[in-house]
Design a protein around this ligand. Structure first.
Ligand SMILES: C[S@@+](CC[C@H](N)C(=O)[O-])C[C@H]1O[C@@H](n2cnc3c(N)ncnc32)[C@H](O)[C@@H]1O
Length: 201
């Protein structure tokens, strides 16, 4: 099993748990599915956020590079009796060709190298329906936070405020930065994370 996340997810337990990220509740408040809303979860992991959205009535599609993550997402969907569309794609190559109401991603966009970000975000914005949301949380670099023990060479942390620069022409509905404790790898460490919800007016 060459994929790092396939190895992490290759257990019955859910590596990231099954509770949704707190930002999911903000989405529910800002754009509840009062009409059918298509949501794409970019880098869904084992599906904790996707399942939350599907249970709450959104029409959910997900992708990830981890087959094991996609398999566990489907298992969780079956267990919860919801339907989710699933495909395998790499964020560096994948570009949208159909529109969504909500683009959502937590803890994945650091896999987009800096030189690709403008192009990727132009594509994401162009394929978000009017009134739709881009909901993203990214790891940000802070010189006073030590490198995580399981930090990957393929990850490119963001700068504080960088995510906002892509949305200067959209309405910012929610924007935070915080430091949280993490136990991934079994050793306690910290991460700084920026979260944004931007609306395409
Ligand atoms: C920190 S986990 C976050 C998972 C999920 N979003 C969550 O919040 O539970 C990062 C995820 O990104 C996926 N990933 C890593 N590189 C990727 C890439 N190049 N394209 C798409 N997904 C990728 C991994 O397989 C993993 O599931």
């Amino acid at each position: 099993m060459s994929n790092l996340y396939d190895r992490r997810y290759n257990q019955q337990k859910y590596y990231w748990g099954v509770r949704p990220s707190p930002i999911c509740f903000e989405v529910l408040k800002i754009l509840p599915p009062e009409k059918p809303l298509k949501l794409l979860d970019i880098g869904c992991g084992e599906g904790r956020n996707a399942i939350f959205f599907a249970r709450n009535g959104y029409d959910v599609t997900v992708f990830d590079t981890s087959e094991k993550g996609l398999e566990k997402t489907k298992m969780l969907a079956d267990k919860t009796s919801v339907k989710i569309k699933v495909f395998n794609a790499n964020i560096k190559e994948f570009r949208l060709s159909e529109k969504f109401d909500i683009l959502f991603s937590t803890g994945v966009l650091h896999y987009i190298p800096k030189e690709l970000r403008s192009e990727v975000f132009e594509n994401y914005k162009n394929f978000t329906n009017p009134g739709g949301l881009n909901v993203f949380s990214v790891f940000v670099h802070k010189p006073f936070i030590e490198k995580a023990p399981d930090a990957e060479a393929t990850a490119h942390k963001w700068l504080s405020g960088e995510l906002l620069t892509y949305y200067h022409d959209w309405l910012i509905k929610y924007c935070t930065e915080e430091i949280f404790d993490c136990m991934s790898s079994g050793k306690p460490h910290k991460h700084a994370v920026s979260r944004i919800i931007a609306r395409n007016n």
